[in-house]
Ligand binder design. Sequence first.
Ligand code: IMP
Ligand code: MG
Length: 178
Amino acid sequence: MNNDIERILISQDQIEQREDELATELTAKYQDQFPIVVSVLTGAMIFTSDMLKRLNFKLNVDLVDVSSYAGANSTGEVELVQDLKSNVAGRPVLVMEDIIDTGRTLAYLVQLLKDRGAKSVEVCALLDKPERREVEIDGDYVGFKTPNEFLVGYGLDYNNLYRNLPYVGILKRSVYEQ
Ligand code: IMP
Ligand code: MG
């Protein structure tokens, strides 16, 4: 598995340090807000679980599966694969995402949550690839800005592989350009 990685972009230590910083910010902001933390499956799973352990305030957790990606190229279409269980009306919502790429997934999800009457919607993303943005949307809390490379690990996948790498790495082109 590690042979398919060109190089490590962000180490586990770097990620964990940044998570501490983000969690401090979020804990100050959400102290008495009682938000629903929505994790976007499957990529945000590892980042979400890291963050949840660091968030020191009352919250609910919910999951949503929104898919816009097939292989290494975004299809541009967003589909709600698995809906939330909670009613977000009147509640602050904090969306946890692995990476903001074109922005389509988040734009769709944020709009959906607002349409359902969420009191507020904020986005916390581990990674942000600003060069690829097609829809105007920004993360409110971002771990790292990354170059325009195809990344895997720490939840991010290529065809549902490499999610379990304990770092964010650049996938060798030879793996997806065949
Ligand atoms: P967007 O809708 O184009 O912003 O895409 C967001 C989703 O695409 C993310 O939640 C990821 O699941 C996936 N994605 C975007 N860039 C990468 C990448 O470099 N590696 C793996 N998955 C990615
Ligand atoms: Mg995703």
